[in-house]
Write a protein that binds this ligand. Sequence first.
Ligand SMILES: Nc1nc2c(ncn2[C@@H]2O[C@H](COP(=O)(O)OP(=O)(O)OP(=O)(O)O)[C@@H](O)[C@H]2O)c(=O)[nH]1
Length: 319
Amino acid sequence: MTDAPEAKGWFTRLRDGLSKTSTQLTRGITEIFTKEKLDAATLDELEDLLIQSDLGVATAERVTAAVGRARHAKQLDGESVRAIVAQEVARVLAPVAVPLDPPESARPAVILVVGVNGSGKTTTIGKLAETYRTAGLKVVLAAGDTFRAAAVEQLAVWAQRTGAAFVSKETGADAAALAYEAYAKARADDADLLIVDTAGRLQNKAGLMAELEKIVRVLKKFDADAPHACLLVLDATTGQNALGQVEAFAKTAGVTGLVMTKLDGTARGGILVAVAEKYRLPVHFIGVGEGLDDLEPFDPDDFARALVGLPRVEKTYEF
Ligand SMILES: Nc1nc2c(ncn2[C@@H]2O[C@H](COP(=O)(O)OP(=O)(O)OP(=O)(O)O)[C@@H](O)[C@H]2O)c(=O)[nH]1
């Protein structure tokens, strides 16, 4: 298969990126499962470890129950417990692993990108532009974070780097007016995809909501189905705060899917599982670095194996 080397490269980066999380989990599991006796207290310790690793209570219970069922069948060691963790985590994640396919019929399809400041929105938009440009789509980027000149400049650099068209206005300009101009340009250019950056200010929820609503209203004047996706970018290093962010943005912005960034900088990568389990929103992409190649479509099996530091299982296909 031609894509095998690239896929392998990504898994290695994913595993390296998640190494802080997997080292912590592996160490904890190994300590718990090298004891002579395997009893209810052992399972309680495992459950506590999984909760402390941000996986969420329901997943921790589910994994512990699976390990409990397996304990009579054979002598469990750390590695087999990690394999059970990976299997159960993959089962929790499978329903939310949904690709982001902008509708081809919409010209342009519109992706609105929201999230708190610093979550990695702009970087994610740059990487998305690269992904879709590489797939042959004509992409326009709209610098909707009009409050911060640095955010506009950063997005301009990404546009240049990826060959996407770029629309911006002066600092402080109305973000909805910018969205209007960007859509008009994208349509005039017969672009496939318009990706709109937004300012992220959770601390000013009312203002944020009004601004996002205005952007959406403007887009709907062109196309009643726009935006076709509203992506919330979450920074994994914020741990449990990610849950509050999903709550707030799901209410205010009508989030349709998630991107989780910075999984490489944290021992809290388990938070993706807690978010998936609680909100059941599609997870489209995950990010493990600042480079163009560091964003990939979300694969539940790869993520679950990397989370506990196990090698990738080559997929088998049934016909
Ligand atoms: N390690 C790591 N850093 C990342 C990742 N994604 C983004 N970053 C970095 O995180 C910082 C913030 O990213 P931005 O893309 O500027 O975030 P933003 O949400 O647009 O932030 P504002 O522009 O402040 O609204 C930058 O230094 C990025 O290079 C990632 O997956 N891993």
